[in-house]
Write a protein that binds this ligand. Structure first.
Ligand SMILES: [Zn+2]
Length: 241
């Protein structure tokens, strides 16, 4: 385990690195061909994302960032696409489900607004909103250079994750199954904690954050039946089904 003030990176299975940032998580998959990042934090998490890639490089020698996959296009999950692709060069593929691509490009927006947040002004919600603003969550994170990946088959990127549709939080939300490890990366389809709630453990995000909370219940059942015993959520620690 490697940590600094605001993030902690753990190798949770061979070549699978789970980073818990200040308010959102991301995952790196490493093999002999390089590194795949799944999600990349708020803009304010950039130093921690870089540090987590350094941890991966030191642990296994994989330095080349080959791909960034997107579970969904909320600003706490795509905040560093522009910075990372600029740093690592045009060889980095940025991929999402076809249904989520327009959201990454901000041709559409499915994200809670400040007005929605202020209708639920608990102290935790306000603290979270303040962090979101400070971390760059209101900034322009649109990224045009994203392409669609196929679904339901191993991707030709390091770690070979299998994208599975996990709609509800956003219409095109995607989970990434790692069949060899019995792990699924769930993004915000199911989480184990969130700054806006006290409760810990497997849970759905508050309805104000979701496009279709009822569909999320179906998705949760589908993910639990995916064959993975453990999940790596966008918020909170490693979960189990
Ligand atoms: Zn999130």
């Amino acid at each position: 385990m490697t940590s600094n003030a605001t993030s902690t990176t753990n190798e949770v299975a061979p070549g699978v690195y789970f980073t818990r940032g200040a308010a959102v998580n991301w995952i790196a998959l490493a093999d002999g061909h390089g590194v795949t990042l799944i999600d990349c934090g708020y803009p304010g998490d950039l130093a921690d994302v870089r540090r987590s890639l350094d941890v991966v490089a030191e642990a296994c020698g994989a330095r080349r960032l080959r791909a960034i996959l997107i579970t969904h296009a909320h600003s706490d999950h795509i905040g560093n696409l522009a910075a990372l692709t600029a740093e690592h060069g045009p060889g980095v593929a940025v991929l999402a489900s076809a249904a989520e691509v327009p959201h990454v490009r901000r041709e559409v927006l499915h994200q809670v607004g400040v007005g929605d947040v202020l209708r639920h002004p608990t102290p935790r919600v306000l603290r979270w909103a303040l962090h979101a603003v400070r971390a760059g969550g209101m900034g322009d994170v649109a990224f045009a250079g994203v392409a669609a990946h196929p679904m339901g088959e191993p991707l030709d990127v390091p770690g070979h994750p299998v994208p599975i549709a996990a709609p509800g939080h956003t219409p095109g939300h995607t989970a990434y199954l790692l069949p060899d490890h019995g792990i699924v990366v769930t993004g915000d389809a199911v989480v184990t904690a969130h700054p806006t709630v006290r409760r810990q453990g497997t849970q759905l995000l508050l309805p104000m954050f979701n496009h279709d909370t009822e569909r999320m219940r179906v998705t949760l059942a589908e993910l639990a039946a995916s064959g993975a015993g453990r999940f790596l959520p966008g918020h909170g620690p490693v979960g189990t089904f």
